[in-house]
Design a protein around this ligand. Structure first.
Ligand SMILES: C[S@@+](CC[C@H](N)C(=O)[O-])C[C@H]1O[C@@H](n2cnc3c(N)ncnc32)[C@H](O)[C@@H]1O
Length: 215
């Protein structure tokens, strides 16, 4: 039996509930892919951590010397992100907003980092456009999320396959937006931390650049 998809308001409520406990749902270590790309980070530059949840990535970026704005629609998660930053003697700015209603800053960030934000395919396109427009010319987007093959997995990911990503669709959306794709792959990884340590996950990983000159 297929589950009925909750609307966005109830999705927000369900995330608030999931984040209400003391534990950090996805841990406090950064996403592996982001950590692998440390060499691309420029201390003192501005980063937007999209759907940053409890801040494992945004706070880590602040620890690398970046000036971080974390956005998520869960107030509980962002409170934990600020607490994690304070525990590490760091600061992050947070904003509670629905990404699909937010007045995104334009050409404001050197880096946009987005991990496991899984809207439906129509909204994926809107999201990529917003993330690219939030970048300064020459700025970088680092992104990872569950791929279509994750539908067959019992270890996490959205129930609705429309909310999974296909690399070919991501490529098309990025090319239409005039972005330079530095790397884009669909692969199976073994998770180190999070909710299913040691278990495989099918992901799309992307690094893209907003061109320095308008296309
Ligand atoms: C799977 S969690 C990933 C959290 C974080 N990026 C990480 O990797 O630990 C997905 C996050 O997206 C947020 N989210 C989902 N839909 C959103 C929306 N429309 N606007 C803002 N945040 C949203 C949730 O609150 C949640 O924190």
């Amino acid at each position: 039996m297929s589950k009925q998809q909750p609307n966005r308001r109830s999705k927000q409520e369900s995330w608030e509930e999931r984040y209400a406990g003391e534990d950090y749902l996805f841990g406090t270590e950064p996403n592996d892919f982001l950590a692998q790309e440390t060499h691309r980070l420029i201390p003192g530059s501005r980063a937007l951590a999209v759907a940053d949840g409890e801040g494992r990535n945004g706070v880590w970026l602040a620890g690398q010397g970046l000036e971080v704005l974390s956005v998520d629609f869960s107030a509980n998660a962002l409170a934990k992100a600020r607490a994690l930053a304070a525990e590490r003697g760091l600061m992050i700015e947070t904003v509670q907003a629905d990404l699909f209603a937010w007045d995104w800053p334009l050409a404001a960030f050197d880096l946009v980092a987005a991990f496991f934000i899984q809207p439906g395919q129509a909204q994926q396109k809107i999201l990529f456009r917003a993330m690219l427009a939030a970048l300064k010319p020459g700025g970088l987007l680092i992104f990872e999320a569950h791929a279509k093959a994750q539908a067959a997995s019992e270890f996490g990911g959205p129930d609705n396959p429309d909310h999974l990503y296909a690399a070919a669709v991501v490529r098309r959306v990025l090319e239409e937006a005039g972005a330079e794709i530095i790397s884009l792959e669909e692969k199976t990884i073994i998770r180190r931390g999070g909710r299913y340590p040691g278990k495989p996950a099918s992901v799309v990983r992307l690094i893209a650049r907003r061109p320095s000159r308008p296309q």
